[in-house]
Design a protein around this ligand. Structure first.
Ligand code: KIV
Ligand code: ZN
Length: 380
C-alpha cells in the first residue's frame, strides 16, 4: 500500500522570513506558479496581517493558483484570523493556519499565560477560523520542546474544536529524530479522533536534523511535511523540500510517495535562489552544483565505468542533464582520457601518459583544469 505524503511548501512564508529574502507580490506569484507546476499540495502564501503587501500577495496567489490549497498564517488573534480569511476569499481551496506556542518556555517567558489560558486560546483560534473555512490547520509552536502529555492535551482540545490538520513544529530545531518520531507516535496513540486529522511535521535545521526529523515524523504517522525549496528559512532554515521528496522516492520500498514532479526540482531551486538572491551551497544535497560532480581519481574511474558506483540517484530524475567529471590534481588517467574523448580525441595509452604528465603539472597549479586547458594540452 502506498502512503501519500502531502507536501506543504512554506517558501513564501517561513522561507521569506530570511533577512534580505523579502519578495514582492509579482515575485511571489512567479514562485507560486512554479510550486504548482512542481506538484506541491499546499502553498503557504504568507502572513496576511503582517503587512498590506503580504495581504495582497495572498489575494493574488489565491487568484493565480488552481490546484494546490492556498494557506494563510495567523496567530491565535481574532484580527489575524479575520484578515487571513479575507485574503483567501479568491482561493479555490483555502486553509487558515493558526495556533499558539505550547512549550513551557514560550508559555511562561513569551506568552505569560497559564496552561488553562493557553488551552482556551488554542480552542478559540480553531473555532473562530472554522467560522470562515472548513480547512483549519493548528500549529503548536515549539512543540519540539513541549512536554508530550501537555501537548496531547492541547491537540485533543483543538481536534475537538474541529482542526483538520495538526502541525507539530520543532520550531527551534532541538529534537533528535527518534525523539521527534516518538512525539508524533505519542499523539497518534493518545489523542481521540486524531485519525480524522492529518498530522504534519514542521522542522527547523538548527542542529542540521530537520530532514531526519521530518522523515522520522512520517515513519511514525505524519502525512504532511512542511518544507521550503533549498531549505531556506529562519536562522539555519527549514526542512528542504527536495531532500524529503528524494528520500521517499529513493526508498520507495518503504511505501511512501509524494505528488512532486522531481524533474522540476533543479529548475525550481535555481528560480528560488535567483529571485531571493540566496545562493545554494555547492555541496547541498540533491540540487547543489556538486551534487552530481566527481573530482577524485578513484570516484571518477568508478563513475566512468558504471555511474551507479558513486551515484544513488539519476541526475535526470531531479532535472540535472548529466553527472560531471571535474578535472583536478586528484584526477587520474581514466578521467583525462574520458574528457579528451568528449572533446573529440581518442588517445592511445602512450599518448595518454604524455598528456597526463603535462596535465598533472598544470593541475597542481590550478584549482581545476578546464576543457580549454585540456584542449591546449591535447593540441600539444
Ligand atoms: O516554526 C514554527 O513554529 C512556525 C509556525 C508559525 C508554524 O513557523
Ligand atoms: Zn517555522
Amino acid at each position: 500500500m502506498i502512503n501519500k505524503v502531502d507536501i506543504f511548501d512554506t517558501t513564501l512564508r517561513d522561507g521569506e522570513q530570511v533577512p534580505g529574502c523579502k519578495l514582492n507580490t509579482e515575485e511571489k506569484i512567479i514562485i507560486a506558479k512554479q510550486l504548482e507546476e512542481l506538484g506541491v499540495d499546499i502553498i503557504e502564501a504568507g502572513f496576511p496581517v503582517s503587512s498590506p503587501g503580504d495581504f495582497r500577495s495572498v489575494v493574488e496567489i489565491s487568484k493565480a493558483i488552481k490546484n494546490p490549497i492556498v494557506c494563510a498564517l495567523s496567530r491565535a488573534v481574532e484580527q489575524d484570523i479575520k484578515v487571513a480569511a479575507e485574503s483567501l476569499s479568491y482561493a479555490k481551496r483555502g486553509r487558515i493556519h493558526t495556533g499558539i506556542a505550547t512549550s513551557e518556555m514560550h508559555r511562561v517567558h513569551k506568552l505569560r499565560l497559564t496552561e488553562e489560558q493557553l488551552l482556551e486560546k488554542a480552542v478559540f483560534c480553531v473555532k473562530y477560523a472554522k467560522t470562515f473555512v472548513e480547512d483549519v490547520e493548528f500549529y503548536a509552536e515549539d512543540a519540539g520542546r513541549t512536554d508530550n502529555v501537555f501537548l496531547a492535551k492541547v491537540i485533543q482540545a483543538v481536534v475537538n474544536a474541529g482542526a483538520t490538520v495538526l502541525n507539530i513544529p520543532d520550531t527551534t530545531g532541538y529534537c533528535l529524530p527518534q525523539q521527534y518520531g516518538e512525539k508524533i507516535k505519542f499523539l497518534k496513540e493518545n489523542v481521540k479522533g486524531i485519525e480524522k486529522c492529518t498530522l504534519s511535521t514542521h522542522c527547523h535545521d538548527d542542529l542540521g536534523l530537520s530532514t531526519a526529523n521530518s522523515v522520522s515524523g512520517v515513519f511514525n504517522g505524519a502525512r504532511q511535511v512542511e518544507c521550503t525549496i533549498n531549505g531556506i528559512g529562519e536562522r539555519a532554515g527549514n526542512t528542504a523540500l527536495e531532500e524529503v521528496v528524494m528520500i521517499l522516492k529513493q526508498h520507495s520500498h518503504l511505501g511512501y510517495d509524494t505528488n512532486i514532479n522531481t524533474k522540476l526540482l533543479s529548475k525550481t531551486s535555481k528560480m528560488v535562489a535567483d529571485i531571493m538572491k540566496m545562493p545554494v551551497q555547492a555541496n547541498k544535497a540533491i540540487i547543489g552544483d556538486n551534487a552530481f560532480a566527481h573530482s577524485s581519481g578513484i570516484h571518477q574511474d568508478g563513475v566512468i565505468k558504471h555511474r551507479e558506483n558513486y551515484e544513488i540517484m539519476n541526475p535526470l530524475d531531479v532535472g540535472v542533464d548529466q553527472s560531471t567529471i571535474t578535472l583536478t590534481a586528484r584526477s587520474g588517467r581514466a578521467a583525462v582520457a574520458y574528457k579528451a574523448k568528449l572533446l573529440g580525441y581518442n588517445v592511445t595509452k602512450d599518448e595518454l601518459n604524455v598528456i597526463y604528465a603535462t596535465f598533472i603539472k598544470i593541475a597542481d597549479k590550478q584549482k581545476t583544469v578546464t576543457d580549454e586547458d585540456l584542449l591546449s594540452i591535447l593540441k600539444g
